[in-house]
Design a protein around this ligand. Structure first.
Ligand code: CIR
Length: 259
């Protein structure tokens, strides 16, 4: 079985990205590109086959590929992103995913960003956010539930997406920020909390037996040590100026055949 990690080169118009909670700051595109390349090296080192798509310069936020699709084992849902400026990103993601998965497209009035979908085993936790509406959640459920997935809507506050509030840290365990999500929504899972002064630490990935955590969260690293899972701190600091997290920059999925 191979693990594929789709990324995308940074748009040269990233300075015009969408911002909801952050103040606009100049973005050093060279530094952002170097940080993305280091992240891709980490993904490769963890056994992923990294597939980097060419930049879409007319789409400032297109490096954040995770928002454009939800890749399940059986199919890929091509999203209709909540921000209008991002809707033109999905065509090229669909092309990239077509060799690997049957595609299903979300249509108006649905909106859904992949950053609002956290999969844990066969449960899809879906954030109700400014980007993801009830139609989008219902449509995802209509595709996923017959395949054996449970779709659980979760209220999110004070951040862009669900995965800015909660992320996986071990099989059956998540790390969350209790100011952004209610731990009661994650029934049956072990829940750990970020250090109160490290609000963005929960944007994790769990890959190849490692926790990938945004760099610069030392207290949360201390909290996670008890799990005994090796931690890799990832520096995507320049991309956080575009209000991203680490999980936003990659679409990871497994595949058993060709492709
Ligand atoms: C946006 O507002 O859409 C982008 N500036 C940031 C998207 C980040 N997405 C993610 O982490 N899944």
């Amino acid at each position: 079985m191979k693990t594929v990690a789709i990324t995308r080169a940074i748009s040269n118009s990233m300075d015009r990205c969408e911002l909801s909670h952050e103040q606009r700051q100049p973005i050093d595109l060279g530094l952002a590109a170097r940080q993305l390349a280091s992240f891709e090296q980490i993904l490769a080192h963890l056994g992923c086959e990294v597939l980097r798509l060419p930049a879409l310069d007319e789409h400032p936020d297109s490096v954040f590929v995770d928002d454009t699709a939800v890749v399940l084992d059986e199919l890929a849902v091509i999203t209709r992103p909540g921000a209008e400026s991002r809707r033109g990103e999905v065509g090229s993601i669909a092309e990239a995913l077509a060799p690997w998965r049957r595609l299903v497209w979300l249509e108006e009035p649905c909106t859904l960003d992949g950053g609002d979908v956290l999969r844990v085993d066969k449960t899809l936790y879906v954030g109700r956010s400014r980007r993801t509406n009830e139609d989008g959640i219902r449509r995802l459920a209509r595709e996923a539930e017959p395949l054996g997935y449970r779709v659980k809507p979760v209220d999110v506050s004070d951040c862009l997406h669900l995965k800015a509030a909660v992320g996986p840290v071990a099989p059956g365990a998540v790390l969350l920020n209790p100011a952004r999500v209610d731990s009661g929504d994650f029934d049956g899972l072990v829940t750990l909390e970020v250090a109160p002064d490290e609000p963005d630490a929960a944007n994790t990935l769990l890959l190849g037996g490692h926790i990938l955590l945004p760099k610069g969260q030392p207290k949360t690293v201390g909290i996670l040590d008890s799990l005994g899972v090796p931690i890799i701190e990832v520096d995507l600091g320049e991309l956080t100026k575009a209000e991203s997290g680490l999980s936003g920059c990659v679409l990871v999925f497994h595949h058993t055949g060709g492709g």
